[in-house]
Design a protein around this ligand. Structure first.
Ligand code: UD1
Ligand code: CA
Length: 476
């Protein structure tokens, strides 16, 4: 991942709470907001990951809406990470959500970082800068940003000559306060003791009848004071609706593209490139416009991935050419292969070194051996194909009998003529030939020629005889 992962030095304690219980009504979707994906991960994965990178132990995630799914997705994405999950059954506000995490941090006395599950773009570097700003024990540091359009955010009100005095939510703000462009980014670091004692004083006397975490600032101003740390709006913008989601995804993709380009990968048009977090591409590979790399995809060095191609959980070796508009899922492609244009490799397809899979060829659960070729209009399913095999245009492995799938085996050096129908289960021995247009239902021994088609009948002069038989005046 491109984010600078500056590990916190030493043993300074840090815990984190990530707020992720809300439904996200502004999304207008059935799925809980924090589960919406950004670059292949549920949005909440990013603040959790960044908090871990910043050295937080544990990271407590406050879940509510679709909480089981949020928990399962994070446990799967971050196996073994020191995560804890706290339930907030009713979403009574951000302060209430933080209090739901309190039992998970019983006995902990150090600083606590609080993040929102809906700010996926924050970097570890920025988290560290807020941690460092919280100097005096007991004090509170929080991140702010200047926005051209501050709509929807809490505004930061400063006391003249002093620090920040309070955060006022948009719905509670006066028209003058709404003019303020410095807004609360929703990232806080506070001492545990200060946090718990102060949160108990937060009430819900506001426009939304919610317990606002933002009240901490005014409460701190009465005592030890708060520090506002300006951070980049590019990083700290929250996702509240589907347009925000698309912007966050684009920004995250740009980061992934930038880091790939820095490492020697050519991306012809980074604005027309999509990648999931965690994909790997080796140097000297060229990615044409409209390429989409998803999941655990790895592409080796010296490859070209053609325009509009989609690779999902796929491994590609070195020097491979994937021609435009190919779709590969859970496939393995060996060194020096050529795939596409318009090829489809479905799950468990393996093509060995130097093999070719051409246009309108579909492979499913099929191994194509070294240097073998299936260049045109073909379906190969549940097939094991040896090396140096030629599969002619229009070949079909009939692997499904309506109930079960059956295997096809094709030995090394076999030549399958065009338009052959191989009814599985069937095997074609090494070096055998299958005549074009054959329908084979029986296995073929090595070295044989199999013909499985009706013999051709040619009737000489037939057309002229037909014409002569027609009454005069009528056309052909
Ligand atoms: C919040 C801040 C606002 C800030 C903005 C930054 C408050 C009151 N307001 O507003 O000042 O500018 O973030 O992005 O904090 N959540 C829960 N339980 C709840 C309520 C919320 O877990 O009871 C979670 C949500 O799932 C979400 C996060 O807290 O991940 C923030 O909640 P959201 O409703 O998006 O707050 P904003 O209105 O954006
Ligand atoms: Ca928000």
């Amino acid at each position: 991942m491109p984010t600078p992962s500056k590990k916190r030095k030493g043993t300074a304690p840090l815990a984190a709470i990530v707020l992720a219980a809300g439904k996200g009504t502004r999304m207008k979707t059935t799925r809980a907001k924090v589960l919406h994906p950004v670059c292949g991960r549920p949005m909440v994965y990013f603040p959790v990951k960044r908090a871990l990178e910043a050295g937080a132990r544990p990271v407590v995630i406050v879940v509510g809406h679709q909480g089981d799914e949020v928990e399962a997705s994070l446990r799967a994405a971050l196996p073994g990470a020191p995560l804890q999950f706290a339930r907030q059954e009713r979403q009574l506000g951000t302060a209430h959500a933080v209090l739901a995490a309190r039992p998970s941090l019983r006995g902990y006395r150090g600083p606590v970082m609080i993040l929102s599950g809906d700010t996926p773009l924050l970097t570890t570097h920025t988290l560290a800068s807020v941690v460092e700003a919280r100097t005096a024990p007991g004090s509170l540091a929080f991140a702010t940003m200047d926005l051209e359009n501050p709509e929807g955010y809490g505004r930061v009100v400063h006391a003249p000559g002093k620090g920040p005095a309070l955060i006022v939510e948009e719905k509670d703000a006066t028209p003058e306060e709404r003019q303020i462009r410095e807004v609360n980014a929703g990232l806080y670091v506070a001492d545990a003791e200060f946090l718990w004692s102060t949160l108990s004083r937060v009430d819900a006397r506001n426009a939304q009848r919610e317990f606002y975490l933002t009240d901490l600032v005014a409460l701190a101003a009465d005592g030890p004071g708060a520090v506002a740390v300006r951070v980049s709006p590019v990083e700290a913008q929250g996702v509240n609706d589907l347009e925000d989601l698309s912007l966050a995804t684009r920004a995250m993709t740009r980061r992934i593209a930038a880091s790939l380009m820095k490492s020697g990968v050519t991306i012809e048009d980074p604005e027309r490139f999509d990648a999931d977090e965690g994909v790997q591409v080796a140097p000297d590979t060229v990615l044409e416009p409209g390429v989409r790399l998803r999941g655990a995809t790895r592409v080796g060095p010296g490859c070209v991935v053609g325009q509009g191609s989609i690779l999902i959980d796929t491994q590609v070796g070195a020097g491979v050419q994937i021609l435009p508009y190919s779709h590969l899922e859970k496939a393995r492609v060996g060194d020096g292969c050529r795939v596409g244009p318009f090829a489809r490799l479905r799950p468990e397809s393996v093509i060995a070194t130097g093999a070719h899979v051409g246009n309108f060829v579909e492979l499913k659960k099929t191994t194509l051996g070294k240097g073998s070729k299936a260049n045109h209009l073909t379906y190969l399913g549940d097939a094991t194909i040896g090396a140096g095999v030629n599969i002619g245009c229009g070949t079909v492995t009939c692997n499904y009998d309506g109930e079960k799938k059956h295997p096809t085996r094709i030995g090394d050096g076999v030549f399958v003529g065009s338009d052959s129908i191989l009814v599985a289960p069937i095997s074609i021995g090494k070096g055998a030939y299958v005549a074009a247009g054959s329908t084979l239902t029986e296995s073929v021994p090595a070295g044989a020629l199999a013909l499985g088609r009706a013999r051709q009948v040619t009737k000489k002069g037939w057309a002229r005889a037909k014409a002569a038989a027609k009454p005069a005046g009528k056309g052909r």
